[in-house]
Design a protein. Structure first.
Length: 195
């Protein structure tokens, strides 16, 4: 399946990020599990100033020493969850999206084979968890969440996995990846709606 994903990514012509905005990158990290593959997510520390306690992919803002966003995403993944850059094969990238804080976020897809030993940075990460691809293929539990942003209240779709809620930009990137994999999830409205 990894060659299929790599080919699909190579066939994409992803949009360029908006250079006028601050740049960031996240990693959709695919790993092996007993029967199939899983995707790694983090729950951000509840003490962080932004997105505290939210589910996210490993990643973060581009620093001056990063030559490109691949370096950013590999550095951030190592810092947050302890996976060495040389154990991750970057398969490609997808369309960037602008976060609700005005940051251009580029999603990369990577693969790390074998059994991974995670080491979380407790300042940034509360929990590291994996969601089996089969769960996402086979009618995952979807609900709505009421959230607040910039003084407005919205209703937004959520994928529920155990006690975790995948929503917002992370959900957008997850669905973009699943579409690439030709997995169709029935979420009719990705956009925030007034609650």
């Amino acid at each position: 399946m990894i060659p299929f994903i790599e080919k699909r990514l190579n066939d994409l012509s992803p949009k360029q990020s908006d250079e006028k905005l601050p740049q960031a990158a996240v990693l959709i990290l695919i790993t092996d599990n007993e029967n199939d593959y899983s995707i790694i997510f983090t729950e951000r520390s509840k003490k962080l100033p932004s997105h505290a306690g939210e589910v996210a992919f490993p990643g973060g803002k581009k620093e001056d020493e990063d030559r490109n966003l691949i370096e950013t995403v590999l550095r951030e993944t190592h810092e947050e969850i302890g996976i060495e850059p040389n154990s991750i094969r970057i398969l490609g990238r997808m369309d960037p999206q602008e976060s609700r804080f005005g940051i251009s976020v580029t999603p990369y897809v990577g693969y790390a084979p074998g059994s991974l030993k995670f080491k979380k940075d407790p300042k940034e990460v509360e929990t590291i968890f994996s969601v089996p691809l089969n769960y996402l293929k086979e009618d995952p539990l979807i609900s709505n969440k009421i959230t607040n942003a910039s003084g407005e209240t919205f209703q937004t779709p959520v994928i529920n996995y155990e006690n975790q809620k995948i929503w917002g930009l992370t959900l957008g990137f997850t669905l973009q990846f699943l579409e690439l994999m030709e997995i169709d999830i029935d979420i009719d409205d990705l956009y925030f709606r007034s609650a």
